[in-house]
Design a protein around this ligand. Structure first.
Ligand SMILES: [Zn+2]
Length: 177
């Protein structure tokens, strides 16, 4: 179904029975009825969140104890998990999102649809865990800002979907060189 009101895709949606339209009106929706313009289903979002949550178990954080898990969906339907990996020298620490991207790219994947991210102190998810600026830039290298989705979740049933463009506006990417 075509939706001519394309600018609505700039706005985040949330899963828990609510979506927010352009004028801020909240519209009741079931959790399986994300708007058609979002080319990802609620079921797929939940699957990614579940995988990201599973990845918290592998998070290596002896210093901060702040654990993050990510699940990256390729356009071909494969899912790559990632966790944050700290280092005694701090600088070499890698975020969960970049771990997932680098795993995928190192196996030949270059086209991505979405990433789910969860995290929290001691691996307990208390709030949304947005990606850091460095990870947003890495996403920008491989993803279309308008159609790549970043799913921030507090649980499988409580999440927001953003486009990369929303999280990294007016960005610098490969086509700028
Ligand atoms: Zn990061």
């Amino acid at each position: 179904m075509e939706n001519k009101d394309t600018h609505e895709t700039k706005l985040p949606i949330r899963s828990t029975g609510t979506s927010i339209t352009k004028n801020g009106t909240q519209v009741a929706k079931t959790t399986t009825e994300l708007p058609d313009k979002f080319r990802i289903s609620d079921i797929k979002c939940r699957e990614l969140i579940a995988k990201a949550t599973e990845m918290l178990n592998f998070s290596y954080t002896p210093y901060s104890h702040f654990k993050v898990g990510a699940a990256l969906l390729t356009k071909g339907g494969k899912i790559y998990g990632g966790c944050n990996i700290e280092n005694a020298a701090y600088g070499p620490t890698n975020c969960a999102e970049r771990t997932a991207f680098f795993k995928a790219v190192s196996e030949g994947e270059l086209e991505f649809a979405a990433i789910a991210i969860v995290g929290g102190a001691n691996g307990k998810i208390r709030d949304f865990c947005p990606p850091c600026g460095v990870c947003r830039q890495v996403m920008r290298e491989f993803c279309d800002p308008e159609s790549f989705y970043v799913i921030l979740a507090r649980s499988e049933a409580d999440y927001w979907v953003y486009t990369l463009e929303e999280l990294l506006p007016m960005s610098f990417g490969p086509e700028n060189l």
